[in-house]
Design a binder for this molecule. Structure first.
Ligand SMILES: [Zn+2]
Length: 127
């Protein structure tokens, strides 16, 4: 889902559709000068395709840190939260952002570590 049609914006005042020319996306309407709405496609148009949002990278790192004893549970919560956040950003970008796998792995690691530490805590209370 890339191309000129993907990075076009409709003016809220005169309803004229402004499309990108030469890869550059205009910020204002050519007809009435109204500031054009910022869409996800426009927001990420200057990023290389498949660019991973920082939240996805952070989620993966936190997911790995989540297996550290004692403090891991906090990293696990962060990994799941950031992984979910990154996934939302990726969905909202309409194919401009990558890193879906990274966000999924980060969330998965966070969930696994979270359950592991909850099981460890439950085990400590039992014995
Ligand atoms: Zn206009």
């Amino acid at each position: 889902m890339t191309g000129a049609a993907d990075i076009s914006r409709t003016c809220s005042r005169c309803s004229r559709v402004t499309t990108a020319r030469g890869g550059r996306v205009p910020k204002f309407c050519a007809i009435c000068g109204q500031r054009l709405p910022e869409t996800a496609a426009v927001k990420y148009a200057d990023r290389p395709p498949g660019f991973a949002p920082p939240a996805a990278t952070a989620s993966l790192i936190l997911g790995l840190c989540a297996f550290i004893p004692m403090v891991g549970i906090f990293f696990a919560i962060g990994a799941v939260w950031l992984g979910t956040l990154a996934n939302d950003q990726i969905n909202a970008s309409h194919g401009h952002l990558g890193g879906r796998g990274m966000a999924a792995v980060g969330t998965g690691l966070g969930l696994c570590a979270g359950m592991l530490w909850l099981a460890v805590c439950a085990g400590c209370r039992l014995f």
